[in-house]
Design a protein around this ligand. Sequence first.
Ligand code: NDP
Length: 396
Amino acid sequence: MGNVLIIGAGAAGSVAAKKCAMDASFTKIHVASRTLSKCEKIQKECVRPISISQLDADNTDDIIKLIEQVKPDIVVNLALPYQDLTIMDACLATGVAYLDTANYEPIDEAKFTYEYQWPYHDKFKEKGIMAILGCGFDPGVTNIYCAYAQEHLFDEIHYVDIIDCNAGDHGQAFATNFNLEINLREVTQRGKYWESGEWMEIDALSISKMIDFPGVGEKKAYLIYHEEEESLVKNIRGLKRIRFWMTFSDNYIKHLDVLQNVGMTRIDPIKYEGMDIVPLQFLKALMPEPSSLAENYTGKTSIGTIIEGIKDGKQKKILIYNVCEHEECNREVGAQAVSYTTGVPAVVGAKMFLQGKWAGKGVFNVEQLPATPFLEEVAKQGLPWHIKELEVGLGD
Ligand code: NDP
């Protein structure tokens, strides 16, 4: 056990491959992606030999052929959410474990839900294999902070606020830190949070507040919908409310406004000189790739989970968080912190599976799996976590 197939040679896939190559638990590493030259670049930059191939992961038969050739113990999907189901189908056909960092989205509808992947549970169970969903940072580590708090720090958890800040500067007029198409689909959606058993919808980016992020200070954060809320609502007992907050600079918001106003964030095809063009996909082609931003990136990310509830009959509120420096990630694996904080947890999740610390038959969100071994390992792999006690009763 130790043979991993990573699909996707982008920003996060590159981090995952390089980190696997630094870790002897991964005996064999294969990276496959749509563009072979990107796999070749990663291959050159890994500290030990890895194998690579070109793959169209929209095609289940092609993935099956590759799996039969590589014979991995686990497939780590770091391509795009559009490929989740084809890769899961190939894992089912070949009896191989699956892990991803983002839930499936139909390409023609920006719909973020586990309702496409959860129904695979029985099929994975019958086949006797495991699928691990959402094992990046958020979703991913932040879910595991909640699971750890539920197990060790609280008798009841009532309120969860996931807070995500990138206080870094990449020096570009406008660029996104992970795949632009996926990022802008997420941010331009109506916002949503869950309270008292109901989903509350709001206009996109219409609620914001100042949050004091460890390591970076006060920043304006916007309430957006994020997929981990859907699984945490099910898996954290006694929850009364869950929200997700993300910071965006004024510069990002300004560009987003203009792009939306001129129709460049549309995901439906338009006719241009007889050709069908999807404006958002065209925009992605114009913008810097997230993997190219690392070189001059300065500053830090600060991501965590504020959890409030009851312990030993008393109200308690804490923040569990990680602070990650762009420059340090670049020094270690030639990546910026957003790709690093995505790729490293995926590697740790795969390692938990290979070591049998995460085991099961069926489809699991990460908060359903043992939190402590994961958190011990993710700290060793470069993402240490800290707990800060917060004062209760200071409003929300
Ligand atoms: P990138 O765009 O940098 O990388 C995506 C890679 O997937 C590219 O190399 C791309 O190929 C490849 N790809 C796309 N379509 C196919 C296909 N049909 N067949 C094979 N390969 C394909 O994105 P990121 O690395 O930033 O993001 C990767 C994933 O991580 C996304 O799903 C994103 O949503 C998720 N993510 C999760 C986070 C978390 O914390 N949970 C945070 C950030 C991202 P090509 O280079 O040819 O385009």
